[in-house]
Write a protein that binds this ligand. Structure first.
Ligand SMILES: [Zn+2]
Length: 342
């Protein structure tokens, strides 16, 4: 049985009122990389044209083929969306997409195809997706779909940390509030072209010690979820950028300690927490594998380690999904980014 429910199809003449990101707009980025090759990946899920679409005037290439991978995403996954407009007939002028009422930045590929990334966050069993296509003659097509997400059983654990992290005083509460806004603004960064370069790598070549999604009880009083992946390391061990991009935050924060956030483009942001030392500054461009910090035990921790996080569309996802073969393959098809401006 298909994991997709086809929830509607409509054409509309007026311009969409939603503040969508255009695939052609590249605000803040001097030069988008030129796509070099069309996607070769076989579709995991393909949605056929609805019969009603064929009645639209003018007839022809009105429906893109839509592929998603993984076909059945787990909670916390990164989902790769690929759109392939029919090659016959009228050209496509613009393609826009939204998921969970958030913009999905799309990147064009050769052959008129596009791809974008959709977040499947924890505790969200269904993700509404809307795709808007504008043809060269102004005809607009909207497809609405619902992506069904596989829920998982996550392990639970008890942890003991300094009491100031479970019962912060008034001053700390104010700091936490202030920092939450800073991080939220940083995570809202969407660079509309990919800045990453080929497949992602682990920021440390070491064992993972605590998985994403784990249910946690701190000091027998505070329930929380582990929204990243912990990697083993001793204080001072190197931490490397999982891919190229721009450092959007590099500072000390209450819970995450010395933290680095890197914008990799198309909405992908990775985070590296609890560092003993920063090796980069905010605004800096970093290459894949570049030293960005040192393992430490700053912030809410039980000991030295690296916490690695992945953020997309405001959701904290499992960073190991960046290493999934499907994502690595689409990453390999992108050219190296040419955007290096200090
Ligand atoms: Zn962690």
């Amino acid at each position: 049985m298909s994991r997709w429910r086809f929830a509607g199809l409509a054409t509309s003449a007026p311009l969409c009122a939603l503040a969508l990101l255009s695939v052609s707009s590249c605000a803040g980025v001097p030069r988008p990389p030129e796509p070099v090759s069309p996607p070769q990946e076989p579709p995991v899920v393909e949605l056929k044209l609805d019969e009603r679409l064929r009645e639209i005037e003018p007839p022809g290439p009105l429906a893109p083929r839509i592929h998603w991978t993984p076909a059945v995403p787990d909670e916390g996954s990164l989902v790769v969306l690929t759109l392939e407009p029919e090659p016959r007939g009228l050209p496509v002028f613009e393609v826009r997409a939204r998921a969970r009422d958030r913009d999905v930045a799309l990147s064009s590929l050769d052959g008129g195809a596009y791809f974008g990334l959709v977040a499947a966050p924890l505790n969200v069993p269904e993700i509404p997706v809307e795709i808007d296509i504008t043809l060269a003659d102004g005809t607009r097509i909207t497809r609405r779909l619902t992506l069904l997400v596989e829920t998982l059983d996550f392990a639970a654990t008890r942890l003991r940390v300094a009491s100031r992290f479970t019962a912060p005083d008034e001053r700390a509460v104010e700091r936490i509030r202030r920092e939450r806004e800073i991080v939220r603004a940083a995570l809202a960064t969407v660079t509309t072209v990919p800045l990453w370069n080929g497949a992602f790598i682990m920021p440390r070549d070491d064992a993972t010690t605590s998985p994403y999604g784990q249910r946690r009880l701190f000091n027998n009083e505070l329930r929380s979820r582990h929204t990243g992946l912990d990697i083993r390391g001793r204080t001072g061990d190197p931490v490397y950028a999982a891919n190229s991009g721009r450092v959007i935050l590099a500072r000390n924060l209450f819970y995450t300690g010395n933290a680095v956030y890197i914008d990799h483009g198309l909405g992908i942001i990775t985070g590296y927490f609890h560092l003993s030392k920063h090796e980069v500054t905010e605004g800096q461009w970093v290459e894949k594998g570049q030293l960005i910090g040192r393992v430490g035990a700053t912030g809410r921790v039980t000991g030295p380690h690296l916490h690695w996080g992945l953020y997309l569309q405001g959701a904290a996802l499992d960073p190991s999904t960046l290493l999934a073969p499907a994502f690595a393959r689409i990453s390999d098809r992108l050219p190296a980014p040419t955007v290096i401006v200090e």
